[in-house]
Design a protein around this ligand. Structure first.
Ligand code: FE2
Length: 348
């Protein structure tokens, strides 16, 4: 690896608790911490290009999206690639869902209203709200974060990072959804077997809204402001968290400041989605590249100071993720300097 990757002669190495918030230890060492020769076992950094992963719902409208990663806490990562509408209505009784639209335009119909999401939108569907979705064109791709604890917008101050009044769009009741006929309502729980109610009418056919609050909303990544510390840089600021703090989400698009130090995140797995350029973020240049560094694995990470700009988001989770066999088959080991495929990976 180059001297640049090694961060100089005596690179600094951090160990931190509670993400960027807790106790920290700082040391220097003469070697580059992220270097590893090979690794075996499940707690190893991986990367996946979503275009190379074919979700189960892409060719089978009845299928659920494909689970990429699971955890003991119930936090999951799921990828969807529908070409046809869901032929049933789904209610996740275990988790809030945050759908990130990587590509395509997606019409969501829910039992609190409908919205149309475009590329770069996060769509929040809290636990136990029934929904279905469909691409408005030929295809779509989304990444779904499932969180057993409630997800909520949590910027560091009420204004600044988010302009909620301007940029958070809520579902609205669509009077065009007919009462319909018999409809399957699938309850998604932890079981491998689904629970399916047969309903006499479409549960997403609504009348009027009486409450002021609407639990289903969308927010575009491009509208989440970036926070940095100049001239040296510093950690990003979360725009969203779960009520237990098990999940934090950040806009990690290009920003000014120096490259983060080599570090070990003691308490959080880090999942970063490189959404698209124009600029390249280290070893990530293909739109929809998902990277994962498990907690306790030393990493550096590419410089975020990319003048051409790029879009990316970060999910930190206290859950310890495990990639599914399907996701392992469609992904590769990752080196944790620039987040390229690890040199031990045979070139495609
Ligand atoms: Fe990190």
């Amino acid at each position: 690896m180059s001297d640049d990757l090694h961060g100089g002669e005596h690179p600094v190495q951090l160990w931190t608790r509670d993400g960027f918030q807790g106790a920290a230890s700082v040391v220097t060492r003469s070697t580059y911490g992220p270097d590893y020769l090979s690794v075996e076992g499940p707690h190893a950094p991986r990367r996946a290009v979503l275009d190379r992963l074919t979700p189960a719902d892409q060719h089978d409208a009845e299928a659920f999206p494909t689970t990429v990663a699971t955890s003991r806490l119930g936090v999951k990562l799921v990828v969807s690639g529908r070409r046809k509408p869901m032929p049933y209505v789904l209610r996740n009784v275990e988790a809030d869902e945050m759908h990130f639209i990587q590509s395509g335009t997606v019409k969501f119909e829910t039992e609190v209203g409908s919205l149309t999401a475009v590329e770069g939108d996060f769509v929040c569907i809290p636990r136990a709200i029934a929904y279905r979705y469909a691409p408005t064109g030929d295809s779509m791709c989304s990444i779904i974060v499932e969180s057993p604890s409630a997800l909520k917008l949590a910027p560091p101050s009420p204004i600044g990072l988010l302009n909620v009044a301007r940029d958070v769009k809520y579902a609205e009741i669509d009077p065009a959804i007919p009462v319909g006929g018999p409809t399957r309502l699938v309850l998604k729980g932890f079981d491998t077997e689904n629970t399916v109610f047969s309903m006499p009418h479409d549960p997403l056919s609504l009348g009027v809204r009486l409450s002021t609050s609407v639990p289903v909303w969308k927010l575009n990544l491009a509208n989440i402001q970036l926070h940095t510390y100049l001239p040296n840089g510093g950690p990003p600021s979360q725009f969203l968290s779960s009520s237990t703090g098990d999940i934090l989400m950040f806009n990690l698009s290009a920003r000014l400041g120096e490259r983060p130090p080599v570090h070990i995140n003691a308490d959080f797995d880090e999942v970063i989605c490189y959404v698209r350029g124009p600029g390249v973020w280290g070893g990530c240049s293909e739109p929809g590249t998902l990277t994962w560094v498990p907690k306790g694995v030393i990493h550096h990470g590419p410089s975020e100071n990319v003048p051409e700009g790029y879009q990316a988001w970060l999910m930190e989770t206290r859950a310890t993720l495990r990639w599914t066999p399907e996701a392992i088959a469609a992904s590769e080991l990752m080196e944790t300097g620039e987040y390229r495929p690890h040199p031990s990976v045979n070139k495609r």
